[in-house]
Design a protein around this ligand. Structure first.
Ligand SMILES: [Zn+2]
Length: 260
């Protein structure tokens, strides 16, 4: 399906004479969905094709509404004003996914966040700027309907403290593919998030208080796992704790080999 859509954008440049019909068909196929999927632009390698996509996106934004979710691209960066324009025109979306950290540097996402008042689900890859993280968390906390939060990046106690205090009604917390401090992870299970139903820490690197990989010392890892799983078991309401501790996880093994 996605391949066909990308094919039709690419085709456009070779069959320009039929552009009007193609335009409408491509526009409908690309954007008349419940998901505004901007990740498609990552598949377009030529600048002309990307410009074509953004042109169609502008048409769609003025023409359609009713999107429930927005998925931003991983590689392509929408600039500051483009991101604000998208947010301004999509005030009713309930799910925003930002898989690329560079968007934080290019376009401070806390400004578009002001427009998405109906947010229930927010996922973002965090860039190393910690001050900005706390700002984003407090901004997300203003969307009082947030029930699912995914932060992926470097998570310390500061971020977790801001989350447990700012978003006490959280149901799903996803830190998968992150570097997590051991204290921060234990703090999640301290009981302040009374409604927490699912916690995901799949493929995380856990750093101990000394800043080193907790897995480097088997005894320490065993004690930590024991404490963590104990807390998870005693956490009333927590139904899903998704992790890969204690299992030989191929994904984590590949990751640690790649970093050597
Ligand atoms: Zn893993």
């Amino acid at each position: 399906m996605e391949y066909t859509i990308i094919g039709s954008i690419k085709d456009f440049w070779h069959k320009n004479h039929t552009w009007r019909i193609r335009d409408m068909v491509t526009l409908d196929t690309l954007f008349k969905n419940s998901i505004l999927d901007l990740r498609l632009i990552d598949r377009l390698d030529e600048e002309e094709q990307q410009l074509r996509f953004t042109y169609l996106l502008r048409l769609a934004i003025d023409r359609f509404n009713g999107w429930v979710s927005i998925y931003f691209p991983r590689k392509h960066i929408f600039g500051y004003f483009a991101t604000i324009y998208i947010a301004e025109k999509t005030p009713n979306v309930s799910c925003v996914v930002l898989p690329c950290d560079t968007i934080f540097r290019v376009s401070p996402i806390y400004i578009p966040l002001l427009y998405w008042k109906q947010l229930k689900v927010f996922h973002a890859r965090l860039c190393p700027d910690k001050g900005l993280h706390l700002h984003i968390i407090s901004q997300v906390a203003n969307c009082c309907n947030i029930s699912e939060l995914g932060f992926h990046g470097n998570i310390t106690e500061k971020e977790v403290l801001a989350i447990v205090e700012g978003l006490p009604k959280l149901r799903i917390l996803d830190f998968s593919d992150s570097t997590l401090s051991s204290k921060a992870l234990l703090m999640v299970l301290d009981g302040k998030l009374k409604y927490l139903y699912e916690l995901n820490v799949l493929h995380c690197l856990i750093k101990d208080v000394d800043g080193k990989d907790i897995g480097a010392h088997m005894d320490r890892l065993r004690d930590f796992k024991k404490e963590l799983l104990n807390k998870a078991c005693n956490f009333k309401g927590l139904k899903k704790f998704i992790h890969c501790f204690g299992k030989s996880c191929e994904h984590c093994k590949d990751k640690s080999l790649a970093s050597k």
